[in-house]
Every structure is written in structure tokens, then in C-alpha cells.
Design a protein around this ligand. Structure first.
Ligand code: SF4
Length: 316
């Protein structure tokens, strides 16, 4: 099977792949995976939230939006020493990439931006790769982050363009894409994914994969989140995404974007070890490590070490 990179996928093709009998789909995804990745190695990332809560955006799933009454209260920003200490701890427990997050609409230049640039340089000096998720940014800001040593920029599209206004109204899909373009132009690797279980249809999920699969280059990293319902948000009572739908999404993304890292992200806490193993078989090859993922529970570092031991996986 020719599994070279393609950028001309159609929705029809992706739908046919997605709807294959499940085991056939997994076999196909696995064979693509084997040709493009070391199947026994996964990318282990640690998320450090520099500033949590108090975000002006209205993402209807998010505990950090100041528009909803959730359990999150805005916290003061972490200082550089604390961030570096957490990065060192993450390295000691096997992480290869640190993702620095700030809950905000867009990048604001000034003292905070300079502090973040310093953090990036210092973490890079520790031998770790650095990703940032700081909201929308311009090409010039992307360039400044790249100069500081940033490798990846995370900016999720969440869902299809069609369904996006049901999820967020304070910005447009087009604005999100512009930030991905800015990251590409600056030579940053793009990390961009979605959330399953927002009330979207299968077609919306395929559209999301299609949007990524038609980008040249494909996002280097594609986080796949399952909605973790947050009390107080408009999406507090959405139905949980069935496991096989999650596996189908991962496998289809793996086939459409053979060389990207597919990261099993939020929602992993509710997946059994066996369910996670199935996701790895379908093409996932990256996880977020750490007891908490922003505001939601994650698998503990010890549980992940045990899972990796059981499956014979090692961190990069
Ligand atoms: S998802 Fe990000 S941008 Fe949206 S409300 Fe939460 S922190 Fe703000």
C-alpha cells in the first residue's frame, strides 16, 4: 500500500475509510503507522499552565472561560522559577516536550510575552522541546517565539467549520486558521486537534480531519480530546463519545496524516488501559503526562508508567 503523504484527500475517501469494518480500519491504520513511526515509542508531553482561568472567550466546553460559573477560579500567573522547576520534574519523569499554556484570547506583547520567551529558551536549554498555547497570534509574534527556541505551537480547531459557531462565538474558524498559517510561516511545527463529544456529527469529525489533511504540511501533532463535561458550562451534559467512535477518528486521522503524531489527550482519565491500548493500535502515539491536564483529571504518572511497561512502550 502506498502510504506517502497526500494533501488532496476528499471527504468521500475519508468517509469510506472511517466506515470500514472496525478491525479492517485498525489493520490499515496500523500498517500506515508501522511505515512511518517506531511503533513502540510514544511522545510524552507535559502541560504547564502558566495562567489558569479568567479567559474572556466563550468556548462552551471550557472550565477556564470567565463566562461560566465553574470550579475554576482565576489564578495568578506562575513565575519563571516555578515553571522551570515543573519542567525539570517533568523531564525526570520521562517527558520530552513541555507545553506552556496561557488562558487568553490572543498573544499580548509586553512583559508577559518576554517572560514566556525567556521560559522557552531556558526549557530548551534543559534538552526539552517546547510547545506553547497562547491563543491567536500574528506572524511577527510567531517569529519572535521561534527565535526564542519554540518548536511547536498549539492551536486547536476543535471541530468542523460548520459546527464551530455552536461551540465558540467570540472568534471565527478563519481567525484560528490564520494563526496556524502564521505558525507555519515562522517555521514552527503546528500542533492542532479537536474535541470529540461536543454534539457534532460524524460528518463534522470527518470535516475536521479533512481540514488538517489538506494543509501542507500536515500539523506535526494532532491532539485528540474527548469532551470532559464541566459542570457550569453549556456542554456540561453532552453525551460521552463512544470508544469505537474515538478509535475510528484516530485511525482515520492516522491514515490521512501518516507522519503526524496523534496525541491521546483530554478524556484519557476515563479510558481503561485496554481502551488506551486500542487507541495506540489505531495510530495514537503521544500522550499528555501529569496528574492534571489544565483543569481536568488525567492518568497519574505512575499509572502511565505501568501502562507503558505493560504495552512495551517507551518514551521518546
Ligand atoms: S478553550 Fe482556551 S480560549 Fe477557550 S475559554 Fe478555554 S482557555 Fe479560553
Amino acid at each position: 500500500m502506498n502510504t506517502s503523504l497526500r494533501y488532496d484527500w476528499t471527504e468521500q475517501e475519508l468517509q469510506e475509510i472511517h466506515d470500514l469494518p472496525l478491525l479492517q480500519l485498525i489493520d490499515r491504520a496500523r500498517s500506515v503507522h508501522l511505515q512511518h513511526h517506531d511503533p513502540y515509542t510514544i511522545d510524552v508531553c507535559r502541560l504547564i499552565s502558566i495562567k489558569t482561568g479568567g479567559c474572556p472567550e466563550d468556548c462552551r466546553y471550557c472550565a477556564q472561560s470567565s463566562r461560566y460559573q465553574t470550579f475554576v477560579t482565576p489564578e495568578r500567573s506562575l513565575d519563571k522559577e516555578e515553571v522551570l522547576k515543573r519542567a525539570a520534574d517533568a523531564k525526570a519523569s520521562g517527558a520530552s516536550r513541555i507545553c506552556l499554556s496561557v488562558a487568553q484570547r490572543d498573544v499580548k506583547e509586553g512583559a508577559q510575552f518576554e517572560k514566556i520567551r525567556e521560559m522557552i529558551s531556558s526549557i530548551k536549554e534543559m534538552g526539552l522541546s517546547v510547545c506553547c498555547t497562547l491563543g491567536m497570534m500574528t506572524e511577527d509574534q510567531a517569529q519572535k517565539l521561534k527565535e526564542a527556541g519554540l518548536t511547536y505551537y498549539n492551536h486547536n480547531l476543535d471541530t468542523s467549520e460548520r459546527y464551530y459557531p455552536e461551540v465558540v462565538t467570540t472568534r471565527t474558524y478563519h481567525e484560528r486558521i490564520k494563526t496556524l498559517d502564521a505558525a507555519d510561516k515562522a517555521g514552527l511545527k503546528v500542533c492542532s486537534g479537536g474535541i470529540l463529544g461536543l454534539g457534532e456529527t460524524k460528518e463534522d469529525r470527518l470535516q475536521l480531519i479533512l481540514t488538517f489533511a489538506k494543509r501542507r504540511p500536515h500539523p506535526a501533532s494532532v491532539p485528540v480530546n474527548s469532551l470532559v463535561p464541566i459542570e457550569g458550562t453549556p456542554f456540561a451534559h453532552r453525551e460521552k463519545i463512544p470508544l469505537f467512535e474515538l478509535v475510528r477518528f484516530i485511525a482515520t486521522a492516522r491514515i490521512a496524516m501518516p507522519s503526524s503524531m496523534i496525541r491521546l489527550s483530554a478524556g484519557r482519565e476515563s479510558l481503561s488501559k485496554e481502551a488506551q491500548a486500542l487507541c495506540f493500535l489505531a495510530g495514537a502515539n503521544s500522550i499528555f503526562q501529569g496528574n492534571k491536564l489544565l483543569t481536568v483529571q488525567n492518568r497519574t504518572v505512575e499509572e502511565d508508567a505501568e501502562l507503558m511497561r505493560d504495552l512495551g512502550l517507551k518514551g521518546k
